[in-house]
Design a protein around this ligand. Structure first.
Ligand code: SAM
Ligand code: SF4
Length: 361
């Protein structure tokens, strides 16, 4: 009885959020996911939008303790896609009606890198006559750089806060200027001020992270007036300080998976009109991850279209899916997955966050 009442409340409070995130019984979870899907249908429609994901470089100046492409991981073969390779993949996305691109890389802030991104933005706009939407996920940059890329046509930016709990954040990162929690929050504010649709997110199932922390993450999204959310389970990587010698048991990865779906559902029910991605990390720990993410209220998929030769080198965590696939294969396998859920793929559309436009009035 209590569950039905909470699910239909106009405005949930922190206790409600933790209550929902603590649900475990199968029949209760079904009700939670069904309600989230209902909210998605009402505010977004039974629709899925694609962002063709190009991971164009795994070089990174940062040293996040969880990430497989961190600076000090000497086991990684580093790569940069050439401008031509990026443009070719962008063209593929455009010709296959993907609607939007997401450009991601390790973090760099030097002039050559900034210029490289400038060139790509100009060329992508040119090749698609301005039709291909662009999301960037290129880490922390100066106000001027963010503004420059916005003026060149990027209109969405994803910068995960990783955890809104400062203590947890400090355990995930070295303690120095380059890895400051405050700076990251400041970046989210700058992006908003410039006019981007702003996305953030957290890793789920981090060591020491409680359900209360996750409820606070959702409240953080609200407080920061976030338009898009990309969050997924934390998966250990062997060659990192946090992941060395730790492989999640089946039980642990099932727990994270369930928690990941609950986070999507509760964020959907609470925030209603934001874009929420069913991330690759969800699929990495469960073959049905992305479909289940859509069923729990997500409406964005980011099919990987990184060139084949580099896919395996962009390994953030163990067992990343699709690294042996090519873009065409991924396209077909995803389309089948989406249809099985009852959603429609909105080919050729940007699929901007309704939340962003609502605020703009
Ligand atoms: N360098 C940029 C940044 O950090 O914002 C963008 C690329 S970074 C690889 C994208 C995201 O990957 C991070 O925000 C983090 O949440 C996620 N990630 C990295 N290592 C991970 C891991 N071991 N498990 C799950 N997600 C991970
Ligand atoms: Fe670099 Fe991003 Fe990985 Fe941190 S999460 S090490 S910034 S790629």
């Amino acid at each position: 009885m209590k569950l039905e009442t909470v699910l239909l409340k106009e405005k949930l409070n922190r206790n409600d959020l933790t209550y929902l995130l603590n649900l475990e019984k199968e029949e209760e979870l079904e009700k939670l996911f069904a309600r989230a899907y209902e909210v998605k249908s009402e505010y977004i429609g039974k629709k899925v939008y694609y962002r063709g994901l190009i991971e164009f470089s795994n070089k990174c100046i940062k040293n996040c303790f969880y990430c497989g492409i961190r600076r000090d991981n000497g086991e990684v073969e580093r790569f940069d896609m050439t401008e031509e390779q990026v443009i070719e993949q962008a063209k593929w996305a455009y010709e296959n009606n993907y609607g939007s691109l997401a450009l991601q890389s390790g973090e760099r802030q030097d002039a050559d890198y900034i210029q490289f991104v400038d060139n790509i933005l100009e060329k992508v706009k040119e090749l698609s006559g301005g039709k291909l939407g662009i999301t960037l996920s290129l880490g922390e940059q100066s106000y001027e750089t963010y503004k420059r890329w916005y003026d060149l046509g990027a209109h969405r930016y994803l910068l995960r806060i990783e955890s809104s709990n400062k203590d947890i954040y400090s355990k995930l990162h070295p303690e120095d200027e380059l890895h400051s929690f405050e700076k990251r929050v400041e970046c989210l504010k700058m992006l908003k001020e410039i006019g981007y649709q702003v996305g953030t997110g957290v890793m789920i199932g981090l060591p020491g992270q409680t359900v209360e922390d996750l409820a606070d993450d959702i409240l953080f999204y609200e407080k920061m007036d976030i338009d898009m959310i990309g969050m997924g389970p934390y998966i250990p990587h062997d060659d990192t300080p946090m992941g060395r010698g730790i492989a999640d048991s089946k039980e642990e990865s099932d727990r994270k998976f369930k928690l990941g779906l609950k986070m999507i559902a509760v964020a959907r029910i609470y925030l209603k009109d934001v874009n929420i991605a069913a991330t690759t990390a969800l699929q990495a720990i469960n073959p049905l991850g992305r479909e289940k993410g859509l069923k729990a209220g997500a409406n964005i998929l980011m099919p990987i279209i990184t060139v084949d030769e580099h896919r395996a080198k962009y390994q953030l965590y163990n067992n990343k899916p699709c690294i042996d696939d090519n873009a065409d294969k991924c396209k077909n396998c995803l389309a089948g997955r989406v249809t099985s859920v009852g959603d429609e793929i909105m080919y050729g559309e940007w699929g901007d966050s309704p939340h962003y436009y609502k605020k703009k009035g």
